[in-house]
Every structure is written in C-alpha cells, then in structure tokens.
Design a protein around this ligand. Structure first.
Ligand code: 13P
Length: 248
C-alpha cells in the first residue's frame, strides 16, 4: 500500500555500535507485517553506514539528524548531505529545536540546509515548534507559521518532504499539548505550507513530535492533519518504538 505517513525515530546523541541490535530487532519485528506506514530511524551520523548494512533487507529507512548547507570543503566537523546519502540515509532531520537553540540555527540556515539536502537527493524532515514562553504568550500559531514560511524554500514544491511540529516544551519532558492544541497548530502548519508552496504544500505529512510514547501515540496519530510522529526517547528501544508504530 502506498502511504506518506511516517514514523521517524530520532536517536539524538545516543547510540554506539552495540545499540544497532535495537535497529535489527525493530526490522525483524516489522518483517512479517504489512507496511501501513513508513518507518525510519535517524541515528548519529557515525552509525548510519553500519545501520544501513544491518537494515539492508528491511523496509526501515534511515535518516541523518542535520547536514551542512555546503556541498563540500574546509568545514571541519561538518557533514554534507551527500555524505549522509552516501552512507545510506535517504532522509534528514533539519532545524530541530536542539539545533536552533543550541547551535543558533536560524530559519534562513534551515532553508539553506533544506536546499542542500534536496540537491543530494535526501528527503528533509523540517522541524518547527514554539517555546513555553511563546505558548503562554498565546503566540504558538504565529511562531510556528512564521517558521514554516521562512524555513521551507520554494524548491520543495514537487519534492518529497515532511514538516514536524515539535513544541519545545514537550520534548523530553513527558508533557504533551492537548489534542485540540495539536489539531490547531497542525492546521496552521498546513495553511502556512500551502501559503508558501501552493499545491506543493498540500500533501507532505505533518509529523507531531514531543513525548510521543506507546500509551499516547494512538490518540495523537488520530488527530486531523497528524501524518506521523517524530519520536525521541521512545525510539531508542525497539519494543517502545514498535508500540508507537503499531498504534499508527
Ligand atoms: P522525545 O520524544 O524524547 O520527547 O523527543 C522528541 C524529539 O525531539 C524528536 O525529534
């Protein structure tokens, strides 16, 4: 069945070679199941090539967690989109709030990385989300809409990509917005995608991220315009991640 629903696991800065056993366990558990949703793991860049080998017979896809906006050159420590692709990734998370806040990435920086990812043939997952202060000031929809408008380059039209709504205050905290709040922001994200990309913004999935667990996944994934999930902590163990995938 063709689907553009996507459940992606973001391992963040977690994972050594021994943890590839979790990826293998996930792939083995999913092997006999009819795929109703795309499943991806985004390990640290150091594990992509090994994970690609481990998952060679699996439908589980692989993503990076960031890439440079440059194609190559004297940028010590940076990783290009082509390098991620070469190692076996077909997706890349861009503009995660931990990159925006911790590394000063602006919307323009994110848009430039999206261009680089597209040029290398990677499918970007572009993250947006408000802080607690912004939500409490009643500015969540405004902030997220403006991030979508400024982080999505026009070249995304006609290309495969996803947007992930991750409220910063819900990441790693166990807190989640109400289902009504998720629906409200996802509707605003869709409107901003269409305003930015016209028809090209209508079909890409909008993932929800922030404390998605096996016990809340079903209700979150049933919300209008929630086209999947971006999962942090609960993607590190195959059993937890499977619980979320099976709720989709
Ligand atoms: P948690 O699922 O650990 O809250 O992380 C969400 C996230 O940041 C995924 O990118």
């Amino acid at each position: 069945m063709s689907t553009n629903r996507l459940i992606a696991g973001n391992w963040k800065m977690n994972g050594l070679a021994a943890d590839l056993a979790e990826a293998k366990a996930l792939a083995e558990a999913l092997a006999g199941e009819a795929a109703t949703t795309r499943v991806a793991l985004c390990p640290p860049a150091t594990l992509i090539a090994q994970m690609n080998w481990q998952l060679r017979d699996s439908t589980v896809e692989i993503g990076g967690q960031d890439c440079s906006d440059k194609a190559s050159g004297a940028y010590t420590g940076d990783i290009s989109a082509a390098m991620l692709k070469d190692a076996g990734a077909n997706l890349v998370i861009l503009g995660h709030s931990e990159r925006r806040a911790g590394h000063g990435e602006t919307d323009a920086d994110v848009a430039a990385r999206v261009e680089a990812a597209l040029a290398a043939g990677l499918e970007p997952i572009i993250c947006v989300g408000e802080t607690l202060a912004e939500r409490e000031a009643g500015r969540a929809v405004e902030v997220v809409s403006s991030q979508v408008m400024a982080s999505l380059p026009e070249s995304l039209s006609g290309r495969a990509f996803a947007v992930a709504y991750e409220p910063v205050w819900a990441i790693g905290t166990g807190l989640t917005p109400t289902l009504e709040q998720i629906e409200e922001v996802h509707a605003a994200v869709r409107a901003a995608m269409v305003a930015r990309l016209s028809e090209g913004g209508r079909t890409a999935p909008i993932l929800y991220g922030g404390s998605v667990k096996p016990n809340n996944a079903a209700e979150i994934l049933a919300v209008l315009e929630v086209g999947g999930a971006l999962v942090g902590g609960a993607s590190l163990k195959a059993t937890d991640f499977l619980g979320i995938i099976r709720a989709a």
